[in-house]
Design a protein around this ligand. Sequence first.
Ligand code: HEM
Length: 144
Amino acid sequence: MNSILNHTHSGLRWIALMLILWAIANAFTAKTYEKKHKMINLFALITMHTQLLIGLVQYFFTSSKTNFSAGWMKVELYRFFGMEHLLGMLIAIVLITMGYSKSKKAATDAEKFKKIKVFYLIGFILIVASIPWPFRTALGGSWF
Ligand code: HEM
């Protein structure tokens, strides 16, 4: 069960990263806010919320990388997945949700793009920093 969830969660990272980058690139280059821009912003948001749902199931039910027995904070693997990954991703998801909602409500096209620039960019940096990249060998992550 965790293997299916983990492959989905791991692969969706690339889609999330690409959609967020695409939304940011639009925000920096486009002049008029069109429906297609809103759709990219929305798909990025939906992908992040899907990651949240899958991640929470893994966190509470299926993953062997969360373990809250005595001294878990001293073990890099358990500290990363039990706290760092969760917190970093939760903050990123809140920022991206706020960015989407604020850009929807903003009055002008420039303001709409500005909300995406700020909130999605900070969210993106947090996500990249919170991913268990394979070169962090203690975390046992993979590329896909
Ligand atoms: C708060 C939301 C999230 C929670 C609770 C969560 C939880 C987890 C857990 C428990 C694992 C370990 C799975 C295992 O191997 O047993 C994991 C792995 C991973 N997560 Fe998350 N996650 C969240 C959000 C995200 C997001 C938003 C991304 C990327 C956009 C992401 C990317 C990854 C990656 C790449 C792995 C490693 C998968 C692998 O190497 O096979 N996570 N996550």
